[in-house]
Write a protein that binds this ligand. Structure first.
Ligand code: FES
Length: 112
């Protein structure tokens, strides 16, 4: 029973070393089959779903400008902090995840 509750609570997953991820840059990683993109915005870290909601493109390979990322495939824009879709052809927002930095590593909180 306790095990089930723990599974529902989610887990902090080590994503990337904080000093490897430069400002305005992104990295992707996978956890349990989920692709997640981690972004460095002026030293603050944010995480979103790693794959565009329009078609299959990795947002970690997109262009980061301020708080937005431009999809590398068709240039749809997302807000990195909120996941909101900002311009066509994307209409569906991105899932977002909590982050923290501990001992020089960026962790992402992944809920089931
Ligand atoms: S795949 Fe991202 S905008 Fe089309």
């Amino acid at each position: 029973m306790i095990k089930d509750n723990q599974a529902l609570a989610g887990v902090w997953v080590k994503a990337v070393s904080a000093d490897v991820l430069e400002p305005d840059d992104a990295e992707k990683f996978e956890h349990d089959g989920l692709c997640i993109a981690v972004f460095n915005l002026d030293g603050s870290f944010f995480a979103t779903a790693g794959i565009c909601t329009h078609e299959h493109a990795f947002l970690s390979e997109g262009y980061v400008d301020g708080e937005t990322v431009e999809c590398p495939l068709h240039q749809g824009l997302f807000n990195i902090r909120t996941g909101q879709a900002l311009s066509p052809p994307v209409t569906e927002g991105l899932r977002t995840f909590k982050t923290k930095v501990e001992d020089g590593d960026v962790y992402v909180f992944v809920e089931p």
